[in-house]
Design a binder for this molecule. Structure first.
Ligand SMILES: NC(=O)c1ccc[n+]([C@@H]2O[C@H](COP(=O)([O-])OP(=O)(O)OC[C@H]3O[C@@H](n4cnc5c(N)ncnc54)[C@H](OP(=O)(O)O)[C@@H]3O)[C@@H](O)[C@H]2O)c1
Length: 345
């Protein structure tokens, strides 16, 4: 099985500066390692949930133009992948901000991004991110891997996370951006890193997140549970503003973190090379839905006005506090609250 996973249909790309004598390798939908089946099998077969994924991965084909033998492309990550190179699975809004911040910290590093479609590959290339499609999978191992793709576009989120984990070489960090949704609190009460999570089986939404987190922790990666992400044109406030009237209760407590702060927190965690830890990302300023939209209306920073929430029932939320995360990591958000953000824009 050592190299039999590598046949000939998907092209591979290499950063120009490290191509060396393989400059004719075609551009660019997958990464390649010298020994893909070995690296996959050694990690994937650890856990039975990976069984079906392995077979599909083994069937994934790679193409090296010019008939360059796979083994000639390098025998280990050294020489091809640098010590600060980063793979971003899901280089969307958060992932791209992580890329920017990572490059500030590590000028000259190489950043790779795995996506579902090729729709945004041109944008990624312009940002200096080498794109690939997720089904081609990284045939190379990276010292830093962040999985920041949402669960909405896959039927096997934990499986996707496990595949991403096998792209990590175990040296730097592997970070998964999860959600604060699994914390078992829906009475608008206090909630922090120590709050127990919803038991498996109660909700498909939290099941999928908890199963993905489990995979990450088993691989020695870390989990960052994020509150609701927002920036000026994206997030709950933007969605509700667009609708005008929303059929949910107004008193549900919402927890927020600005995309830039989620990115800075992710980078802090990546840099610390921690293992098997769970952190919480929020701004420590929970607000009710009504308070959020009152702030939006009063800010006069948006062209539309929000009308109203019309719901009277449904679950309440939680009041997140991540003082432990802040203290341990020495991290503080740039936007201390949604109100502060609105003042700054
Ligand atoms: N939004 C929130 O309020 C919130 C709250 C808590 C946690 N989070 C978490 O925060 C992270 C970042 O969110 P975001 O808003 O930045 O995400 P986003 O912008 O929606 O991410 C989109 C990117 O992910 C890629 N992608 C989607 N599914 C994928 C998959 N299964 N495998 C590989 N790539 C995939 C997309 O590929 P294409 O380019 O092909 O479209 C695109 O590049 C996610 O992990 C999300 O679950 C979000």
């Amino acid at each position: 099985m050592e190299t039999t996973a590598c046949f000939t249909t998907i092209s591979v790309c290499w950063p120009q500066k490290r191509i060396g004598h393989f400059s004719n390798v075609s551009n660019c939908t997958g990464f390649l390692s010298s020994n893909p089946s070995k690296s996959l099998s050694s990690s994937l077969f650890k856990n039975s949930i990976f069984g079906t994924r392995v077979s599909s991965l083994m069937a994934t084909n790679l193409q090296v133009s010019g008939n360059a033998p796979i083994e000639d492309l390098g025998s280990s990550s050294s020489g091809l992948i640098g010590e600060h190179d980063l793979l971003i699975v899901g280089p969307g809004v958060l992932g791209r901000l992580v890329a920017e911040k990572w490059r500030e910290e590590h000028p000259g590093c190489q950043i790779y991004g795995q996506t579902v479609t090729t729709d945004h590959h041109d944008e990624l290339i312009k940002m200096g991110i080498t794109p690939s499609l997720k089904e081609t999978n990284a045939r190379h191992k990276f010292p830093y891997v962040i999985f920041c793709a949402p669960p909405s576009r896959t039927s096997d989120y934990p499986g996707d996370v496990s595949v991403a984990a096998t792209s990590w070489n175990g040296e730097g960090s592997f970070l998964f951006t999860s959600s604060s949704a699994p914390y078992d609190c829906n009475d608008n009460g206090p909630c922090d890193e120590e709050t127990p999570v919803v038991p498996i089986g109660r909700s498909p939404r939290t099941d999928v997140l908890l199963k993905a987190e489990k995979v990450v922790l088993e691989f020695g990666g870390c989990v960052l549970r994020l509150a609701g992400l927002y920036k000026a044109g994206r997030g709950a406030h933007a969605y509700w503003l667009d609708k005008g009237t929303v059929e949910t209760r107004p008193d549900h407590i919402l927890n927020l973190i600005h995309y830039e702060d989620a990115a800075s927190l992710s980078v802090v965690i990546l840099k610390k090379k921690l293992r098997g830890r769970i952190f919480l990302g929020c701004d420590n300023h929970p607000l009710s839905r009504q308070e959020v939209m009152d702030l939006v209306n009063r800010s006069e920073k948006f062209s539309k006005k929000f009308e109203k929430f019309t719901g009277t029932d449904g679950p309440l939320g939680k009041r997140l506090n991540n003082s432990r995360t802040r203290e341990e990591l020495g991290w503080e958000p740039k936007y201390g609250s949604f109100a502060e953000f609105l003042e700054k824009i």
